[in-house]
Every structure is written in C-alpha cells, then in structure tokens.
Ligand binder design. Structure first.
Ligand SMILES: [Fe+2]
Ligand SMILES: [Fe+2]
Ligand SMILES: [Fe+2]
Length: 464
C-alpha cells in the first residue's frame, strides 16, 4: 500500500497490479464487464501534462481520461450475465486497495483533466431570475438547430454502417450505465427538489420495468446492429472527448458542493438531447434500414423535451426562489461547460469519422511519400517493432503524424472500430495526429517501423 509521499506517477504505475487495467487480447471485450485497459505499459513513457485546448486530444489526455472513468466507475456496480464464482470475481475487481488508490489519484487526475474547463468558462455579472430564464431559453434555441457535421460524413459515406457503429460506441460510455451519475444526487435529504429529480430518475429507469429502462432500450439498439451489449465491450474505442464529457459529469456528481452546477449542466443536456436523438434516429434508419431498433432515440426525442422543461420549472426555478440569485452563476457554469463539452465531442468525433472514412487515402498518401520519408529517415525518430502473432496494440492516439511501414509479416492496421487495412511487406499507412487507431499481428511474427514524422505535409504536396 502506498504512503503519503507517493507521486502521481507511482500511484498510476501501481494500477498495473490490477489485471482489469491491463491490455485486452481482442478489439472487443466479449463477456467481462470490468475490463478497462489503460495501456499501463506506456505509463512510464508518457508525460502527464495538464489538459488544455492545445493538447486535449493527445495521448496523455486519453490516458488521464481513461483512468478517471475507470476509477470513478469503481462505485458503479457491474455484474456479468454468468460467473462461476461471482463473490471471488467481485472482490478482485472492487476492493479496498483499488479504492485507496482511487482516493489518492482522483484529485490529481481531476486537476489534470478538468481544471482547464474552470479556466475556460467564466461566469459573472448580475443575474435576475428573469434574465436567467431569457438566457437559458436563448441558449437552448441556439444549440438545438442544425445537424452535426459528423452526421453528414456518415450519411455520405460508402461505409456508413461502420461509422454509425462508431457513433453508437461513443454513446455507450454514458448510455450503458445511464443516469447513474444522476443517482448520486437522489441521495440525501434536501426537500422538494430531491423528489423532482427522483421523478426524472424514475423515467430513466422505466418506472422499474427492466424492458423499458433507458439503458435496456439502448442495448436493443446495439443488438439490432450486431454490436455487443456488455459494459464496456468497446472500451478501447471510446474517444478522448467522450470520456472527458463523462468525467465532467462524474466530477460534479461526486462533489455535493457542485449540485447547482450539475443542475445547470443536466438541464442543458436534457434540453439539447431530444433534438439530437431525433437526428440520430433518422441517421440510424438511413444507415441500417428498417432492422435497426431506434426506440431509445425516439423515446428521448420525446421525453427529454419533457425532462428539460421539468428540470427548468420544477427544479431550477424553485431553487432560485428558495435560495436567491446567488446560485445562478453556478447554474450558468454548468450550462456553459456542458455546451462547451458537446462542441469538443463533436469536433473529436467529426475528425475520427473523417479519418476512418478516408482510410484508403491515408494508405495512398503513405505510398506517395514513402520514398521522401525514407530518404529523410536519419532525421526522424523511429520505433522498431518485432511482434508475435496475435499481438494487439490496444487502440490509442499519437501527438503528431506517424508513418507506419511493415518490413515483414502481415499487420492488421485498425483505423477505428471494425475498420481495417491489412499491410504486408513494404506496405505503409500515415497515422494522423490524435486519431484513434490500433494494430494486430496476423502472421507468425511481424516486423514494422513507426516513424514519428510529426507533420505529413512536410513530405507531401497535397493534403487529405
Ligand atoms: Fe434517458
Ligand atoms: Fe432524460
Ligand atoms: Fe500507434
């Protein structure tokens, strides 16, 4: 067990002792509901800087966000469908040792991951109840018009099913344990508002009918398009920003002093989620046809408008009447932060689907610049890899563009969930900065090189 002088790096390194944080053997976790690969072997080579707008999609940010979600979820119960010895299993994945590490790591990770949001969002000024209501209505109106540009890429793609699956995977981080964040604020004793929040919760939980619990409906969507439904089967494909947004909601619901900020954030989220779900349902139909189960999205297109009005009229307004205008800057902070995170998520997801959609172009680009890159090899940091059959590089990102070239064997390069290019001797691909990717060795062994070229445009006379 650690002592008080443990550094952030020591504490992080100590997570290696728990197998749930180690690498998985496949792209998808088939049954286990506790695996949260953190690529711990890379901890010691990573400099964990505070997240800011310039490094928000970098590797250190990804590891920080993964670790945060994994640790926060230590107080969410996950059970598998079957187990030979569930009592033993539970003690291995939830235990005092992990909780002690969590207690020490959380404040350090939160500071690194989330403090930039405080720096980015300043709320002051004099508020009245009326000016607040005008502000929030305006805010919601602005954010609920228009289709995300990532949806345009998906709609126009010749691999739209695959890209739509990547979208559903991003939703899964939050929708599988849906409203578990909210559940934290239904505890305690704080009057009428508590019961109003509980009424929202009860809807989320399908009034106790498991078949209409929101997460059950979401699982039916996953199942209908051939995706697995266990938490978190697609852990490695959660993008940096999907985890970041999820971590923000963990952070504000594990700190009761941030209750008003949470109420602001959830009101904004509920109000904007309905129109977003309506567009998502349309997109899913366009991608998968009739067979896709869109009840989750249809239900939210309807009920979240109601939840949005409800959180405003039955929670926010009564709270302002009860405690005065001093709570308004907190509410606004939640609204602004939630809005900023939605934008960050769309930027990240847009870049990812564009990268996946353009995969043949990045293979062609690599072919076109191969000669120039190899001629400059003495000036480029190179990693030489020699890996056995079945070796899987858990999905990750790099902080600059990379050039991957296979020297012998066969490497399955992964551009995102279920999105592959097989590379043989001499084949290569450009890996775009900050884009999620992985690799799997298909031959007996595979030798390949990763050249950190930084910016591919130094070698190319065109841009993808
Ligand atoms: Fe819901
Ligand atoms: Fe809702
Ligand atoms: Fe890589």
């Amino acid at each position: 067990m650690e002592n008080d002088t443990d550094t952030f790096e020591d504490l992080l390194e100590s997570l290696r002792e728990h197998s749930i944080y180690s690498d998985t053997e496949d792209w998808v976790e088939p049954n286990n509901v506790w695996m949260r690969s953190l690529r711990p072997q890379a901890f010691k080579y990573t400099e964990f800087e505070k997240i800011h707008s310039g490094n928000i999609f970098n590797y250190s940010a990804l590891t920080i966000n993964r670790t945060l979600t994994a640790l926060y979820e230590q107080d969410f119960l996950y059970l598998p469908e079957k187990s030979i010895d569930i009592v033993k299993d539970l003690k291995a994945v939830y235990n005092p040792e992990i909780r002690a590490k969590k207690a020490k790591l959380l404040p350090l990770l939160e500071d690194k991951a989330l403090s930039f949001l405080d720096d980015m969002i300043h709320v002051d000024g004099n508020w009245s109840k009326e000016s607040f209501v005008e502000y929030i209505n305006e805010k919601i109106k602005d954010s609920t018009t228009g289709i995300p540009k990532s949806f345009d890429i998906i709609n126009n793609s010749d691999c739209k099913e695959l890209l739509a699956q990547m979208l559903l995977i991003q939703h899964a981080v939050d929708f599988l344990p849906e409203s578990s964040h909210m559940a934290r604020f239904t505890k305690g004793d704080y009057g009428e508002t508590q019961s109003a929040l509980f009424r929202v919760m009860v809807d989320e939980y399908g009034y106790g009918k498991h078949e209409v619990k929101h997460s059950t409906l979401f699982k039916e969507t996953l199942r209908s398009v051939g995706l697995k439904t266990n938490s978190h089967a697609y852990w490695m494909f959660y993008l940096n920003s999907s985890l970041l947004n999820n971590n923000y909601f963990h952070a504000i619901t594990t700190a009761p002093e941030r209750f008003f900020e949470y109420i602001g954030a959830i009101t904004y989220a509920e109000n904007t989620f309905g129109p977003y779900c309506k567009e998502t349902a349309k997109l899913l139909k366009a991608c998968f046809g009739k067979s896709v189960d869109t009840r989750y999205y249809k239900e939210h297109a309807h009920i979240d408008g109601y939840h949005g009005t409800m959180t405003l009229n039955e929670i926010i307004i009564p709270l302002i009447d009860q405690f005065g205008t001093k709570i308004i800057p907190e509410l606004v902070k939640g609204i602004e932060t939630s809005g900023a995170l939605q934008k960050i998520m769309e930027d990240d997801f847009y870049a990812q689907v564009k990268w996946m959609n353009n995969r043949p172009k990045f293979v062609q680009l690599a072919k076109d610049i191969k000669e120039t890159v190899l001629a400059d090899i003495d000036n480029i940091p190179v990693a030489l890899l020699d890996e056995p059959q079945g070796e899987l590089s858990v999905a990750h990102v790099h902080d600059g563009d990379e050039f991957c070239i296979v020297d012998s064997g066969l490497l399955r390069f992964c551009h995102g969930y279920d999105c592959f290019t097989d590379l043989g001797p001499g084949d290569c691909v450009v890996i775009l900065k900050n884009r999620m990717h992985g690799a799997l060795v298909l031959s007996d062994s595979c030798q390949y090189r990763i050249l950190s070229i930084g910016d591919y445009t130094k070698y190319a006379d065109y841009q993808v």
